[in-house]
Write a protein that binds this ligand. Structure first.
Ligand code: NAD
Length: 285
């Protein structure tokens, strides 16, 4: 699959991002270079990592050994939960740039709002990220796991709208409220755990549609995200699956089929990760 087939999404700051990328959550540090190289070979040009994943250096090594030009690969990283204080956030991004061996990341996100930590002040953290963007350390900045009220607060208090909100979205947690709140502010949505770490793949609706199109339930689910306009980066360390997850641009679902999949939503019961309102984990704390 040629990377030219992967559509791009335009962000509110005039930049673009490939709609399909490769996520490296839970990829062990010593396997990351190989996994990312496999993704590059399959045509991916967008890598989603985080300081918390401890594998940014492997992403950097893959970028160098691939021989790809820096401007041809979109790299996202995210601020760790122990680094929200402005001076610490600045140092953390500098460390990421060293690990990744790049001068600028394409996208830097606040990983979690942590409303019960830091005196509830994720606004200063957001302001710091906007300063880092102005200084050229990140081409775009945004947030992750922000509920509508978190998003509203940073925009109200700083007047600066994030480029992206990366949130959990899949057929069992369609997260419409957060998607719509993001869309109203012209914030692009990234859907993390797009196949719910595999939990949706036995669903009869997805199995039926997979049979109809000669695709797998994973491919049908990923195609559903693409048609809803969300940005995705499924993760796999199995080369066949890495290729399979990118082979989703030669078929399309009807509007009714997209709605049927959206109708599988289980609300909070479908959530696989923590709720951002209460999640307060800090490494080493
Ligand atoms: P995912 O939904 O991408 O599922 C990954 C798992 O599904 C794999 O480990 C594998 O077991 C299985 N799988 C992958 N492809 C398959 C296929 N074709 N057929 C069958 N099984 C398959 O879950 P994820 O890794 O949690 O999410 C994707 C990315 O989203 C992460 O790597 C990370 O970059 C990002 N993420 C962000 C946050 C956040 O808080 N911002 C949280 C979780 C994940």
């Amino acid at each position: 699959m040629a990377s030219a087939e992967i559509p791009t999404v335009s962000l509110n700051n005039g930049t673009t991002i490939p709609q399909l990328g490769f996520g490296v959550y839970q990829v062990p540090p010593d396997e990351t270079e190989r996994a990312v190289l496999t993704a590059f070979e399959a045509g991916y040009r967008h890598i989603d990592t985080a300081q918390m994943y401890q594998n940014e250096a492997g992403v950097g090594r893959a970028l160098r050994s691939s021989g790809l030009a820096r401007e041809d690969v979109y790299i996202t990283t995210k601020l760790n939960n122990d680094s929200h204080e402005p001076a610490v956030a600045r140092a953390a991004l500098e460390q990421s740039l060293r690990e990744l061996d790049v001068e600028q990341v394409d996208l830097f996100l606040i990983h979690w709002p942590l409303p019960t930590r830091y005196g509830g002040d994720y606004v200063s953290t957001w302001r710091t990220l906007t300063e880092l963007a102005a200084e050229g350390k990140a081409a775009s900045v945004g947030v992750s796991n922000f509920h509508p009220e978190h998003l509203k607060r940073i925009v109200d208090e700083t007047g600066i709208v994030p480029a992206i909100n990366q949130i959990e979205v899949h057929p069992y947690l369609t997260n419409e409220e957060a998607r719509l709140a993001s869309g109203r502010l012209d914030v692009a949505v990234e859907a993390w755990s797009p196949i719910a770490q595999g939990a949706v793949l036995d669903d009869p609706v997805l199995v039926e549609l997979a049979e109809k199109y000669g695709k797998t339930p994973a491919q049908v689910t990923l195609r559903w995200h693409i048609e809803r306009g969300d940005i995705i980066f499924p993760k796999s360390v199995t080369p066949e699956r890495v290729k399979e997850n990118a082979d989703i641009f030669d078929f399309s679902l009807t509007a009714d089929e997209v709605n049927r999949i959206t109708g599988l939503d289980k609300g909070e019961e479908g959530r696989t990760g923590p709720n951002p309102d209460t999640f307060d984990w800090i490494p080493g704390a």
